[in-house]
Design a binder for this molecule. Sequence first.
Ligand code: AMP
Length: 192
Amino acid sequence: MINIALFGAPGAGKGTQSQMLVEKYDLSYVSTGDMLRKEIAEGTELGKRIKSIMDAGELVSDEIVVEIIEKIIATNTRKGILFDGFPRNVAQAETLENLLKNHGTELLCMVSLDVPREELIRRMLERAKVSGRSDDNEETIKNRLHEYESKTLPVADYYKGKGLYVEINGYGDIQEISNNIMAAIDAKIAAK
Ligand code: AMP
């Protein structure tokens, strides 16, 4: 199976690149952020619990996102899974490893999109004009970048240690970035 985690700060372009990757490799797609926003939009009990956390730009609890991920892994019928926005901390990375192992599979690689901080902020503020996302405002963006730097960046080291980390320049032409990601994934598949 081709299981890939897409990694990068908020605004790095994970959502955009995901669309191209799921088509090319025939993958199930899961964005924990999208799933959580859906709970809020539908006004579920869970949605009510997590709204203030997401509005503050903080991470929601591991149990909640792990439940979402478990469901996707158990019901996947495609050639693999693309994880967008997960794992977000080292505990989630360890859980993912165990869940995939229980299903007789593993992560092929973590692709990290590297984008300068000023560009991330510029993109998120630009997106705010159309996204309607309540966390795309200057104050929350700062918190999201802080959560990323303190909790999510260590995930990169975790995967570097396992030889699964691939860094791609995420600043430039979208198609070119996409080609570079696919070349890196193809190399990982060929090396398996
Ligand atoms: P995203 O759409 O990936 O930028 O995520 C938006 C928000 O959803 C984050 O700021 C967190 O509050 C929450 N979230 C998404 N994925 C996770 C995760 N794996 N762990 C914890 N919180 C998450």
